[in-house]
Design a protein around this ligand. Structure first.
Ligand code: SF4
Length: 282
């Protein structure tokens, strides 16, 4: 039986892998022991690494059935009856969507474990929309996306882009916290994705930045991991037309792997977003 510290470190390692898009791990004892050693070395080499919320040991296949994940692009979702938009008023349209549809929503099982829904925040007419996967424990308590240590990293990234939270719009694929911070299932993402799609339609951003492997998979329907899809432009088929999407690493991943190489990669992604926003081509 592993001691509590080993268990905690191993869970940190698994969380880091999950943010990179790894959804399943071999379960034989030898591999797990090797992973525990790697996790100890990783944390020992990362001063100030922030402990993660403990996670369930074995993650179920995120996309169901244990088969090769195919993902369900939000652009392929069937329409979901939602409140009508307030003509010419994006802020009011978002408020109505939140108050009349999302806050009391019980359309998927995630509602059972939430403290409150986390709808989204920011400029209703933002040129840049940032999409994460789902609320964590701190977001669930605060009712706001990207709070805590990962939120501080995001704030620094936005400042480096000469932006602020007030100047962008931030939302997650699912509005309720998944138990143990697990990745939302494809069914949960498909159901709640109707809200995100409505938010994208209302905000009508010129560029979308997805953070983390799960968000990229959920938004774009790609099956490859974040290390393979980040740094290249993709397209989200929005209700108002195609929107360029840049996937990058999740701020929480940088907390655990704050290496010059990862910071350089993320900065390159953010610079590409800045160029896209600046050239008016988005
Ligand atoms: Fe509704 Fe989304 Fe919450 Fe599921 S995650 S209950 S669809 S708001």
């Amino acid at each position: 039986m592993a001691d509590p510290r080993t268990t905690r470190v191993l869970r940190q390692h698994l969380e880091t892998e999950r943010l990179l898009g790894v959804e399943a791990v071999p379960a034989d004892a030898a591999t797990l022991a090797a992973a525990a050693d790697a996790a100890r070395r990783s944390v020992a080499a990362t001063p100030g690494a922030t402990p993660s919320t403990p996670r369930a040991w074995a993650q179920p296949p995120a996309w169901g059935g244990g088969s090769q994940p195919g993902g369900t692009p939000l652009s392929d979702l069937p329409g979901t009856p939602l409140p009508e938009r307030v003509a010419g008023d994006a802020a009011a349209s978002l408020r109505v969507l939140d108050e009349q549809a999302v806050r009391g929503c019980t359309r998927c099982g995630l509602h059972a474990g939430r403290t409150q829904t986390v709808f989204g925040a920011g400029d209703p007419a933002a040129a840049l929309m940032i999409v994460g996967e789902g609320p964590g424990a701190e977001e669930d308590r605060a009712g706001q996306p990207f709070v805590g240590a990962a939120g501080e990293i995001l704030d620094k990234q936005l400042a480096a882009m000469k932006l602020s939270r007030e100047a962008v719009y931030i939302a997650n694929v699912v509005k309720c916290r998944p138990p143990d911070n697990r990745t939302p299932s494809s069914a949960e993402a498909a159901t709640c994705g109707a809200y995100l799609r409505a938010q994208i339609e209302i905000v009508s951003p010129r560029v979308i930045l997805t953070v983390g492997g799960p968000a990229a998979k959920l938004v774009l329907g790609v099956t490859r991991g974040i290390t393979q899809v980040r740094g290249t432009w993709h397209t989200y088929d929005g209700p108002g037309g195609p929107i360029p999407v840049m996937p990058t690493f999740h701020p929480a991943y940088l907390l655990r792997a704050y290496t010059p190489e990862n910071r350089r990669r993320v900065w390159e992604d953010l610079q590409a977003v800045m160029e896209r926003l600046g050239d008016g081509a988005g």
